[in-house]
Ligand binder design. Structure first.
Ligand SMILES: Cc1cc2nc3c(=O)[nH]c(=O)nc-3n(C[C@H](O)[C@H](O)[C@H](O)COP(=O)(O)OP(=O)(O)OC[C@H]3O[C@@H](n4cnc5c(N)ncnc54)[C@H](O)[C@@H]3O)c2cc1C
Length: 440
């Protein structure tokens, strides 16, 4: 199979093939800034935007070409992304009140996200068409209904149970027995969002240096010194926004973050262009889709309504299109057998950051590492969460009082013998695969 391939060593994501990146900073690194940000995905770019609007000087440094991190390559699906542990899992650890406070953050995130996109005038094909989650039998449908009833206490949570006879109104597939529609979900074009954020940052005087890896950090007096592949820079404040790439481009003397996030490969394919009738048959309401699999699968029509975009855990550690594509096509045709002869035009992958407590983290390092701020660990659902947490992190950096989120209270823990390489994941993924098959 042949794919559209890029020339800079990365597989070409569908999103990158029709949107151009603005010209980034070409000059030398400045000597000193108020705030330096490592990582120029949604987290880094959004923190930068808020700080620039508060008239701080900001530099963003990214090891890869801008948009090659997860932010420029993801499924573009947004929603409340209520915590992976669900109410019962959270209640067992934190008690009922804190559990609901953590879940409510998901609603805050998606509400904030929509306001942010519209207030900043970001044209990224955002359409809140809702999301359908399919299940395979009555027991699973009852369990899902019970979960949703528990979430009714959340301010603004809206859902609709889809009975077996209604499934074809949601999806052109025999794969599901029933399901749930979540009304606060939608889709966007992630690379358009990255390019527009980058443009805004630069218009406000921020500098973005891509293909500039930060290799190590040091501290002199009250300033941070960043040692990068393009020279050194000092900053009063430092933001680490490296998410799933914290290990790949590890900071030589700052192991804190790579020991706390678990990088996982998420991979996607885009089909060739399909007739409008086929897309309408598969996605009659242009919703976002996913099943209740432990090994996540997600799919949607492209924003222009011409292709199917399908994603799942990548089985290949490296960004080799042919390795992931065959598996993704198999999963896709399992749901949509009508796509058996459809050609795959694009195949790509990126890194998401899982955490040991299944949720995101935000805050400031204490003691002698003070003024290092971070937000990361979105567990594969980071489009809305990262922009929301970036806004709160910026408030914290600016010394505003209303920055606090329920995630600030959660300890960001590692595990013994974990150094950023998820050696245990092949076993976990195998086990999840078995549970998925038993659940069918
Ligand atoms: C294939 C795929 C599909 C996804 N689908 C969805 C979805 O549909 N919905 C959703 O909500 N989420 C999705 N996600 C997750 C979402 O994309 C991420 O959670 C989000 O983009 C994280 O943004 P970020 O800015 O924190 O990290 P990233 O965008 O990954 O940016 C981190 C950056 O840090 C840089 N970096 C790391 N270390 C250094 C260093 N030492 N020096 C300089 N730079 C460094 C990296 O180069 C990278 O560009 C998906 C992810 C992938 C990969």
């Amino acid at each position: 199979m042949t794919y559209n391939t890029a020339q800079n060593g990365f597989a070409l994501p569908y999103w990158h093939d029709h949107v151009s990146m603005p010209q980034l900073s070409q000059e030398a690194l400045p000597e000193s800034v108020d705030c330096a940000i490592v990582g120029a995905g949604f987290t880094g770019l959004c923190v930068a935007l808020h700080l620039l609007q508060a008239e701080r000087s900001v530099v963003l440094l990214d090891a890869m070409p801008l948009g090659q991190g997860a932010s420029g390559k993801n499924g573009g699906m947004v929603g409340p992304s209520l915590h992976k542990l669900g109410l019962d899992g959270l209640k067992n650890i934190y008690g009922e009140d804190q559990a609901y406070a953590i879940l409510q953050e998901g609603m805050h995130a998606i509400n904030y996200f929509q306001q942010f996109i519209s207030a900043q005038g970001l044209d990224c094909d955002l359409h809140m068409t809702g999301r359908f989650t399919g299940v395979h039998n009555q027991q699973q449908l009852d369990e899902l209904a019970l979960k949703c009833e528990q979430f009714e206490r959340l301010d603004g949570f809206k859902y609709k149970l889809i009975e077996p006879h209604q499934v074809h109104q949601e999806i052109g597939s025999e794969h599901y027995y029933g399901g749930m529609v979540y009304h606060q979900d939608g889709g966007l074009h992630p690379y358009k969002l990255v390019t527009q954020l980058a443009q805004k940052v630069m218009q406000l005087g921020g500098q973005i240096f891509d293909q500039t890896e930060v290799l190590a950090l040091s501290k002199s007096a009250d300033k941070h010194r960043l040692h990068s592949s393009k020279g050194q820079i000092t900053a009063k404040q430092l933001v680490i926004a490296t998410n799933g790439y914290s290990k790949r481009f590890e900071l030589a003397n700052q192991p804190h973050f790579k020991r706390r996030v678990i990088p996982l490969t998420s991979a996607m394919i885009a089909t060739e262009e399909l007739p409008p009738a086929t897309i309408n048959e598969l996605f009659p309401k242009a919703r976002m889709h996913g099943g209740n699999h432990r090994l996540v699968q997600y799919y949607r029509p492209s924003p222009d309504g011409k292709r199917v975009l399908f994603g799942a855990r990548g089985i290949d550690f490296w960004d080799r299109p042919s390795h992931n594509s065959a598996n993704l096509k198999k999963l896709m045709t399992n749901i949509f057998p009508q796509l058996g002869d459809t050609k795959i035009d694009y195949s790509w992958c990126g890194k998401v950051a899982y955490t040991f407590d299944h949720g995101p983290h935000i805050g400031q390092l204490t003691s002698n590492q003070e003024n290092i701020y971070y937000a990361m660990g979105y567990c594969g659902s980071g489009v809305a969460r990262s922009t929301y947490l970036a806004s709160r992190l910026a408030k914290q950096i600016l010394g505003e009082t209303d920055f606090h989120t329920a995630f600030h209270d959660l300890p960001f823990n590692s595990r013994p013998f974990y150094n950023g390489k998820p050696w245990f994941m092949p076993l976990v993924l195998k086990w999840h695969g078995v549970l998925d098959r038993l659940g069918r």
